[in-house]
Design a protein around this ligand. Sequence first.
Ligand code: IVH
Length: 680
Amino acid sequence: MQKVTTGAEDRISELIERIGYHNDRYHVHDDPEIPDAEFDELVRELRELETANPELIRPDSPTQTVGADPSTLFAPVEHRMPMMSLDNAFDREELNAWADRARRRLAAEDLGDLVCELKFDGLAVSLRYVNRKLEQAATRGNGRVGEDITANILTISSIPHRLPGNAPDVLEVRGEVYMPLSAFEELNAEQDRAGKARYANPRNTAAGSLRQKDPTITATRGLSIWCYSVGEVQGGPALDTHSATLELLDTLGLPVNPETATVGSLDKAWEFVVRSESKRHGLPYEIDGAVIKVNRLDLQEELGATSRAPRWAVAYKLPPEEKTTKLLDIHVSIGGKGKATPFAALEPVFVGGSTVAMATLHNEDQVREKDVRPGDTVVVRKAGDVIPEVLGPVLADRPDGLPVWEFPEVCPCPHQQPLTRQEGDAAHYCRFPRCPEQLRGWIEHFAARNALDIEHLGEQRVRLFIDLGFISDVGDIYSLPYDRIRELEGFGELSVANLAAAIEASKQQSLARLLVGLNIRHLGDTTCELLAEAFGSLERIMGASVEELAEVDGIGPIIAESVYEFFLSEVNQEIIQKLPKELLEASSSDAEAEVEALPQTLEGMTIVVTGGVEGYTRDGVGAAIKARGGKAPGSVSSKTTALVVGENPGASKLEKAEKLGIPILDEAQFQRLIETGELP
Ligand code: IVH
């Protein structure tokens, strides 16, 4: 029996969970949180662990599945032939390894010709033509079931609604919908004009545009498609190679990418890959690699597929894009806790799918280490959604006598207070509590979900209220001049009432959350809870010495010092005086406050929630269940008492609950359950 690597099982579970989460961000929400390269790294680690421990391969592992479950926004479409993913190669060696593996599987041990295509960075779709008419279009979804996006696809002008007479009777065309760079730039220019946030990159914008509920929005987005294979085909000319398939699609008027090449060897395929990397900048659309496919369809069939990807194709993934540009200057920005972060002001450059004009340089040491100086030509890297990065200077282009950049001694705000750096800390700080540069960050932090959770007080409003002089510290949130706000453009009676109600509700938050909101340096959510529990009231924390603070389990001398200093500051004391008395008297933690106050109606019950439930935030609904004595895990099992189905529920939880015969409650039934503890 194979030896199980210590901890492998746990790590595999963790990786499966993390990859699943990021898959969902990417495929369902079109809003990834990590760069593609980081995602690929997680998958690679998982694959390596599974190769070393094949008995630990789980059927739900992302190495065995495709994409993510479709959302419930659109009707589900079952693909007649699965829409598969591709295995990746990141260098020549991995490409060779793919070819060797494939060759060994073939009786003749020869792959024959290879078709080389670009790997388009967009969203895979399937277009089903029946009797030459476009009947249905679907996203890939999890490979088996996708979403019906026919109405949206019909708005894309390069996709024919009808095929000519020589087309097969049934033809499923597979391709990648993408947003040309020109359309992306145009869309962002419009956003700029309207004063709205810019879109991050063409790929996510294409996916978001295609998955609009309202197809008239899709129609305005300038989307296009490259068709690269077929699914089900009935009738039509016999096809025996992939290149013939592409030719057929082309003659039928379906867009096939002109960069495609058929080559006779892996060396030639590698040349295509290398060429694609240098061509990348000049293309009017984004690519993230090249795809190499075995041309003969009989060999494709002989090679077959794993559960997620064909063995007859491989994707070569290009590394993140790099460009050079001019470093115009280095400025310092002040964050919510007074942290001074240097950042590069760059001559705008289009890299990794968007125009970059700024990039963080993190801290003084990083600037020194990279030795970048205003006036340098620098190399900038950006992959997909990632924050752009300045890699370093092009020394050959450095003008003579270019001075080294020095960290500024004072804060850029009008108070010009000193920026200081303590030993052992890489960052500089401005310690002036009323520094206007810090204020916005602090207010946003105060209103954030994990702090006072004040809905309707977003970034734009905070900015506006500061500009109008309504807020000069967090205490002012509780004395906003609603009469004047009501008269501002964009504020109706209802929105002011909502804001006022949200601020009113925040007065009931716990001491731990108040501490989070106070934005004390070195304090995180957990340490705030520890302090709240240990001292029980703000007054007692304010009165504690450094030693008393440091006596709390989990609170070290640095945190203790930081808390002590915070409350010592006269300005901070003034701010605290402005807070409402309910907050100043807040008790230690959410759970404690609620458990005491609420009847334990859900004792012994395990309630799973899917989708949004009106009146609750995602965390809030779990807290409400727990506060009434119930359990609120994230997934359905045989132990689940009931599944609550809110808005936009997940298909998998619903399916599982149905399979296990678990009662399914709507929002009203849930409300009744919470109040009475009775199941319908
Ligand atoms: S062929 C069974 N060809 O890459 C093989 N896919 O990472 C199906 N993609 O889901 C894919 N360009 O969305 C193929 N020239 C190309 C492609 C391509 C982009 C996408 C496609 C696929 C994903 C796999």
